[in-house]
Design a binder for this molecule. Structure first.
Ligand code: PTT
Ligand code: SF4
Length: 612
């Protein structure tokens, strides 16, 4: 089967056994790979209601037909499982050499089941699978763990690993890869930790089956050069993702003080220009020629790699405007394996809760030293507060009470990304309907919304655009498995992706064929949620309440006096459901499911919740 190895590696940590399984062409064409494979496997194999941190959960690494093949930005892998943050489907996408090595070992996906009886490192080399003790690095951070692995196997192998946060089941622990970065902010590091799985190391040497290997090689090489040229021409990677910070500040979309404010006069101190000035090195994922990772020295002289999300949520959101201090918080998150985004939101929520009398403590906005200390306590689940904050913002708010849930900045239990949508209805919708909780990865509609439409509008065109972007970002790039930055940041033509897909598979797909797959995967994920939350209703797709609160409106600046309006947001949400073919609760109708080839999956869901 060209385009796929046709095999999945299934590993059981409890019995220390493994199986090489095959999948059919029908499965491949219906789900393509990455998020598609992961969602389908989890839907079929997980019993609803299982504990995401129990041995019944599965940890999946899933690749796509172009993953690992030299072509623009294909060094990415999807990590997935039932999310400890949300209780729904969870995944993330990280740069790692595992993408190439796992495919060269002969697999399109890895499923890890059960729980080891001691800290374990899974070592996969082509057909060989070993369960190796990882006691030597259990309790260590991701940097030391990675060094230990590189010392054993050399730097060329594929590695993913966790830090103390994953080991201690911090619900928003990430999976780390030092060739790339961090992924699975839905708590995939905690899923690994719950299985006592410290690391996965992969080395593969077989060719990846491709219909036109020579054509793909040429296209890949030419295009890598071309993407590099365009990136240099546009100058995007001079500031990389953090180029957006100054704009967010200008348009009142920056998270400041737990999203209470939308801009700050000191924001320039941590903007893209300052980040580039402080640059000491540049990092990139495998197969990337527009390397977006900028590292700086933190306030203790350590190398820390910063992106917009890390800076936005650990900087302005905490009212910390010193880059080396933000760098230190980011370094600690990376080493402990804490998601910087949820970590930043949890800290800002705690400061806000203290300020509003819902919690006690001496932590304040602007307190870099206190933030460092708290991150350590969270990673170790130390003391009552470390243990509670390790549970995430929503669970902490439910404990604090006193109305704090309204300013817990999360949707479905996952903390929001660094876009303050107090008065940005379309982007608020994008967070509301993201299938994994509030994440910008699915639909980054904010630039379209602010540059091409009226900010005031709750019109159908915004719901339509959210869906269009979801099909590309949360769809195509997550199942073909490649980084979306060449397309979104430097204008690399989307048509290139069917081109690569057709070269490796020998098929003749167009972009329209892909959109059906995207919709199918989104609908299946909705069914996953329905099974977990049979009482589900449209409120699950609402952004944080504080964005609707007139008392929280800005008192000056471009959006003074403005907040989101409930009725209008609900109307926008309804447009979204109507276009997608979902019912009033936000669940795909039976007709929609049948149209997408999900009749069987619908029958399985109906045991848990009714369909319309
Ligand atoms: C992603 C999320 C992001 S999204 C960022 S910064 W970003 C944060 N990075 C973290 C980090 O670093 N360390 C840490 N301890 N926690 C972190 N949490 C946050 O995780 C990432 C890039 C970026 S940088 C983005 S937007 C794009 N994301 C892509 C995606 O999701 N899919 C895709 N097909 N291509 C993408 N390209 C870009 O990749 P999650 P990465 Mg990450 C230090 O996975 O769970 O979605 O969290 O993947 O390898 O780090 O690359 O301004
Ligand atoms: Fe990785 Fe950045 Fe390159 Fe994307 S653009 S592959 S995130 S280095």
């Amino acid at each position: 089967m060209n385009g796929w190895t046709g095999h999945i590696l299934r590993v059981d940590l409890t019995s220390k056994t493994f199986k090489k399984e095959t999948f059919t062409e029908e499965f491949a064409l219906k789900w393509i790979g990455g998020r598609g494979f992961a969602a389908k496997i989890l839907y079929d194999e997980l019993k609803p209601g299982i504990d995401p941190l129990g041995p019944e959960n599965k940890f999946i690494v899933a690749l796509g037909p172009i993953a690992g093949i030299p072509a623009p930005n294909t060094g990415k892998a999807v990590v997935a499982g039932k999310s400890p943050m949300t209780g729904g489907y969870g995944d993330g996408n990280l740069g790692t050499r595992v993408a190439e090595h796992l495919r060269k070992a002969g697999y399109d996906a890895l499923i890890v089941e059960g729980k080891a009886d001691r800290p374990t490192m899974l070592y996969i080399e082509d057909d060989k699978v070993e369960f190796l003790p990882a006691d030597a690095v259990w309790g260590q951070g991701t940097y030391e763990t990675n060094d230990w692995i590189y010392a054993k196997y050399g730097k060329g192998v594929g590695v993913i690993n966790i830090g103390q946060a994953g080991e201690n089941l911090v619900r928003y622990a990430v999976v780390r890869s030092l060739e790339g970065r961090a992924g699975g902010r839905t708590g995939m590091g905690a899923v690994m930790g719950s299985k006592l799985l410290k690391a996965v190391v992969v080395k593969g040497s077989k060719p990846i089956p491709q219909a036109d290997a020579a054509g793909m090689k040429k296209a890949g090489h030419d295009d890598l050069r071309e993407v590099h040229r365009i990136d240099k021409e546009t100058g995007w990677s001079i500031q990389s993702t953090n180029g957006v910070l100054a704009w967010c500040n200008e348009v009142a979309a920056l998270p400041v003080r737990n999203f209470r404010k939308t801009h700050h006069p000191d924001a320039w101190k941590v903007d893209g220009e300052r980040l580039n000035d402080a640059r000491i090195a540049t990092y990139g994922c495998p197969n990337c020629t527009m390397r977006c990772g900028i590292t700086i020295h933190d306030d203790e002289g350590r190398e820390s790699e910063l992106d917009y999300e890390n800076i936005g949520l650990l900087g302005p959101n905490l009212e910390i405007f010193d880059l080396p201090e933000v760098g230190a918080l980011n370094y600690l998150c990376d080493d402990y394996g804490i998601d910087t985004m949820s970590g930043g939101c949890v800290l800002s929520f705690y400061a806000d809760a203290i300020e509003h009398g819902a919690a006690t403590g001496d932590y304040r906005f602007g307190d870099a030293a206190g933030s460092k200390k708290l991150l350590g306590m969270i990673a170790r689940r130390e003391g009552e507060i470390g243990d509670l904050l390790a549970e995430g913002t929503l669970r902490a708010a439910l404990k604090f009470g006193r109305g704090s849930e309204a300013y817990a900045m999360q949707v479905k239990g996952l903390e929001v990304a660094a876009y303050n949508c107090k008065f940005i209805p379309g982007m608020a919708l994008a967070f509301g309907v993201s299938p994994i909780g509030a994440h910008h990865k699915e639909s980054w509609v904010i630039t379209f919304e602010l540059k091409s439409t009226s900010r005031e509008s709750y019109g159908r065109e915004k719901a339509q655009k959210v869906i269009e972007l979801q099909r590309i970002r949360g769809g195509l790039f997550e199942y073909i498995v490649a980084c979306r930055f060449p397309w979104i940041e430097v204008g690399w033509d989307l048509e290139n992706y069917p081109k690569y897909f057709n070269l490796v598979s020998g098929l003749n797909w167009t972009l329209d064929d892909f959109w059906t797959v995207s919709d199918r995967i989104y609908s299946l994920i909705k069914l996953f949620w329905l099974r977990e939350y049979p009482q589900t209703d449209r409120k699950l797709d609402y952004p944080p309440a504080v964005w609707f609160d007139p008392a929280n409106a800005d008192t000056e600046g471009p959006i003074a006096g403005k907040v989101l309006e409930y009725d209008k947001y609900d109307g926008l949400l309804q447009h979204y459901y109507d276009i997608r073919g979902y019912d009033k609760r936000g669940i795909p109708t039976r007709a929609t499911l049948e149209r997408l080839g999900l009749a069987e999956e619908a029958r399985a869901a109906e045991k848990f919740g009714s369909l319309t």
